[in-house]
Design a protein. Structure first.
Length: 427
């Protein structure tokens, strides 16, 4: 009886061990394989693209997707396996897919492929002043105020929230802090309706102002109407579109992406450079003279992967000179690349190393870059605030834009894939 019990325990131990081994193997496989296989690829029509895959995997051509009908894509896209991955060529634009299999048998992932027309961009590198007006008055926070009667009040607490946008006060639109204050003082201590936008929802709340010790009426809320800063122009298209920053404009206090009513790009002059040090990001310090003659373009969109708009038609020739092809993420190699930026005088290219790419990145940290150029290191210490948007080039193609600096090492930072940035400019 005891002997049979020991045998049962042994089998249980073996089963549990095998189960744990399977879980480990699945986890290791997911780490080693799935993250290295792209979810989506962009391919230029008529060009042969090479894609690397983990060892032991191969691809099988599937179908073209369109109009809810699956059509064989054998005649329109050619896929060839090789030792390092596969190549693909398509003679027309469209949406396709390839199936990745392990050992030619086990399905691992289906990769969607979008074949697009060849596109060229003019790389930027020019420092630009950015001014944006929010679509409503942004609520930063609520606060206590001391009333004329000596008591403490918080009229906005639990009614207004950080990130709200005030659209109307007492059924009247308010677009500036000045117009808001005038409407507030006119209201007095009456409870009024306030229309706000909270996320994607527009709602109405009621707020009763309090007369403060300075005899003015207040609601105990910090609000902001616009913002400005310095960045670097990433690219200009042949028809005058532009992209910059590679990340969105967020409020410095709330961290929220600003909902913009509009904005402009202006010429800016760099007055000095605060070098970056470990734990202390550096900064390009400049002056933005926001007058009509200095306006470069108009801002249309503020997104998580960049700010987009149009260049003034008469300035297109000045900001769009040399056009380079767009490099897709599968073309990016570890090693030497360049960033274009202007610290003084003319735009120059500075050498960097691409250390890592994240093929399935959907955010603005698609690749890790390392500044190695001795001149740039001597002047800035690496990547500094204001260099966001500086185009990244490799093998004669524009492949991305600088987005962030690593605070603990200013010689390193992140970049966004240019194809990801372009997808946000169009969407």
């Amino acid at each position: 009886m005891i002997k049979g019990s020991n045998r049962l325990k042994t089998w249980r131990w073996i089963v549990v061990s095998l189960l744990l081994l399977d879980i480990f193997a699945i986890g290791y496989f997911s780490y080693l394989y799935l993250d290295r296989i792209p979810n989506k690829l962009h391919v230029v029509v008529g060009e042969t693209e090479s894609v690397e895959l983990p060892g032991g995997t191969s691809v099988e051509q599937t179908y073209e997707r369109g109009d809810n009908v699956e059509v064989s894509s054998v005649e329109t896209m050619k896929v060839v396996n090789n030792q390092s991955g596969f190549t693909m060529t398509s003679n027309r634009t469209g949406n396709y897919s390839v199936s990745v299999k392990l050992f030619g048998m086990i399905p691992v992932k289906k990769v969607s492929v979008q074949v697009v027309e060849k596109m060229k961009l003019s790389p930027g590198g020019e420092p630009i002043g950015i001014y944006v007006a929010t679509n409503g008055l942004l609520v930063l926070d609520t606060a206590e105020i001391q009333g004329e009667d000596g008591l403490t009040y918080s009229p906005g607490e639990n009614i207004l929230k950080t990130g709200d946008y005030i659209l109307e006060w007492n059924h009247q639109p308010v677009t500036t802090i000045e117009s808001f204050n005038k409407a507030l003082q006119k209201t007095g201590n009456k409870k009024v309706s306030v229309k706000i936008r909270r996320g994607k929802e527009v709602i109405e709340v009621a707020v009763k102002p309090i007369r403060a010790t300075d005899r003015s009426y207040k609601i105990g809320a910090w609000i902001r109407e616009d913002t400005q800063g310095i960045g670097t122009l990433t690219y200009v298209t042949a028809n005058g579109g532009f992209g910059t920053l590679g990340h969105g404009i967020t409020d410095s206090d709330t961290g929220e992406l600003l909902d913009l009513q509009g904005g402009e790009l202006y010429q800016t002059k760099i007055l000095g450079i605060l070098r970056g040090e470990k734990g202390e990001p550096g900064e390009l310090r400049g002056y933005i003279n926001m007058v009509a003659k200095n306006q470069i373009g108009t801002i249309k969109k503020n997104t998580a992967l960049g700010v987009f708009g149009t260049i003034q038609p008469e300035l297109l020739g000045e900001y769009a000179k040399e056009f380079l092809p767009v490099g897709m993420k599968q073309e990016i190699k570890k090693g030497k690349a360049y960033i274009y930026t202007k610290l003084s005088g003319e735009i120059k290219k500075y050498e960097i190393q691409i250390e890592k790419t994240y093929l399935n990145s959907k955010d603005n940290k698609s690749m890790v870059i390392h500044v190695t150029d001795s001149e740039l290191l001597a002047r800035t210490g690496g990547i500094v605030q204001g260099m966001s948007g500086s185009p990244i080039l490799q093998d004669g193609k524009i492949i991305g834009a600088v987005t962030h600096v690593m605070v603990d090492d200013p010689t390193r930072g992140y970049g966004v894939f240019i194809e990801n940035m372009l997808s946000f400019s169009e969407g």
